[in-house]
Design a binder for this molecule. Sequence first.
Ligand code: NAP
Length: 347
Amino acid sequence: MKIEKTKVAILGATGSVGQKFIELLLNHPWFEIAELAASERSAGKTFGEATNWVMHTPLPDKIRDTIVILSSPESVKSKVVFSAMDASVAGPIEEEFARNGHVVISNARNHRYDADVPLIIPEVNYEHLAVLEAQNYKGCIITNPNCSTIGLTLALKPLQDKFGIEAVNIVTMQAISGAGYPGLSAMDMIDNVVPFIGGEEAKMEIEPLKILGNLIDNKFVNAEIKISAQCNRVSVIDGHLECVQIKLKKKASIEEVKKAFVEFTSEPQRLELPSAPKPPIKYFEEENYPQPKLHRNLGKGMTVSVGRLRECSLFDYKFVVLSHNTIRGAAGGTILIAEMLKSKNII
Ligand code: NAP
């Protein structure tokens, strides 16, 4: 069946996540880039003039020559907008778009905790999209979680479903591209680890509770899990690695935990959505896997890798999670949400 392509706009197209959106949407079977929008600094310039293209694939002429428009509902015609705007400005601009009838799917943190805004990882909680009927916008706002939360929560989902989770401790090693472009200076990052990422630990401790929680009568009831996170910036370009310790509610053998990872599949895979990796979680037996350089691009950057599962003397088990921060953790994850919306006739 040939699906008619939906025209989309990218807000914040010039940034690190915006560029990844362009790269992923160039040959997308369901979506077509119609507009590129950014700030006043870029509006009116060609995309080539406004940005320093840092993706690994060449910048197509068609995109280079596109005139960047202002990220405002007066300038943007496409009904569906992917937001990759800086969080310092995204909140009110996204609301204006939603009030004007646009479907806003956002990477920014601003609306993630709104009582009527779903925070979606399609494999984990696509059912939360039902809350959209409670929104008062002419359009709607849907959010994508923080990049390190996405990898973690996708790995937690099969364990939460099968055994319940009491507590989680995480230590992250996060890639430089997570800080946007141009991000941190080489002087800060070469030969170094920075043991602080502003706001990141709080996001990792709060967001999984909403995502793994329930939607009851259009109200979110958070999951009851104790989470503690420590976040570090390391000298890797893409791919967040996370060391996770977990205490389960119900006793499980290591084989049962492994089986839960290996057998996990969900609605995006059943629907065969174009960006849905099969399987969503790749479980590694090798004692030194997963690694960012080797495994971040599995499943076109959408697979979450898990390995090093072993018993923990403080909690029940410990393991390592890897996910690509600008693909699964940002642009790719948002596109998968849009695919889910399209397959459920919401757009
Ligand atoms: P970035 O590289 O700094 O890009 C920021 C974008 O926001 C640029 O396109 C910029 O346009 C635009 N912008 C700034 N002020 C604006 C305004 N007043 N109106 C409209 N657009 C404006 O940041 P990023 O890393 O791509 O992150 C984008 C968003 O995604 C952030 O909210 C971030 O927290 C979130 N996120 C990032 C990652 C990641 O791994 N990098 C992962 C998950 C979520 P100009 O070029 O015109 O200034």
